[in-house]
Design a protein around this ligand. Structure first.
Ligand SMILES: Cc1cc2nc3c(=O)[nH]c(=O)nc-3n(C[C@H](O)[C@H](O)[C@H](O)COP(=O)(O)O)c2cc1C
Length: 163
């Protein structure tokens, strides 16, 4: 599939089969994050892989999004301190998007979750105080094919030469 068509077809997936993500697929997803670009090549990230059912239940309790509890795999992405011009969260977001797209390419659905209690997640996973809990991403084989969300028209988001 052409890469643009792949991007056009990608959707956030929030309903998952009761089936675990195989180790090889998880490793490919993590590799996509590991090699992502970052400002000054600082790679200011740590990805915490969670598959334990009790921990997933605990993470789900930190967010209003019920689908989190049904995900067989969650990766919690954290930002380490760095001198990156835009701040390490930007780099982490890029790495997480790499993982999202790598997973989609393997037929594994996923969804960003940014709405959660970061301090609660910090306690559950033992994240040190100087490390920033940025985002959780849920993964699993899809049981839904969501319709495309409305996106802004090209003319609204692009201008040429001047603002
Ligand atoms: C940074 C970021 C944070 C997001 N946080 C959440 C979230 O907390 N809960 C949720 O259900 N979806 C979340 N999403 C998914 C968006 O709602 C979704 O990407 C958007 O509606 C477009 O839909 P699509 O991904 O299917 O194209 C987030 C997406 C991004 C990029």
């Amino acid at each position: 599939m052409d890469i643009l068509e792949f991007f056009q077809k990608r959707r956030s997936i929030r309903k998952y089969q009761d089936k675990e993500v195989p180790k090889e697929a998880l490793e490919a997803i993590l590799e996509a994050g590991r090699i992502a670009p970052s400002a000054m090549n600082a790679q200011p990230w740590k990805f915490i892989v969670v598959t334990d059912a009790d921990t997933i239940r605990a993470l789900a309790g930190t967010t209003p999004y019920n689908f989190v509890a049904k995900a067989p795999l969650i990766i919690v992405a954290c930002a380490l301190e760095s001198q990156a011009t835009l701040g390490p969260r930007f780099d982490v977001a890029i790495a997480v998007d790499h993982m999202s797209l790598a997973a989609a390419n393997l037929g594994i659905g996923n969804c960003w979750v940014a709405g959660f209690d970061r301090e609660a997640v910090r306690k559950i996973l033992g994240v040190p105080e100087d490390v920033d809990v940025v985002v959780m991403m849920t993964f699993g084989y899809p049981v839904e094919e969501p319709r495309p969300r409305p996106v802004k028209d090209m003319s609204e988001v692009v201008s040429y030469e001047r603002f």
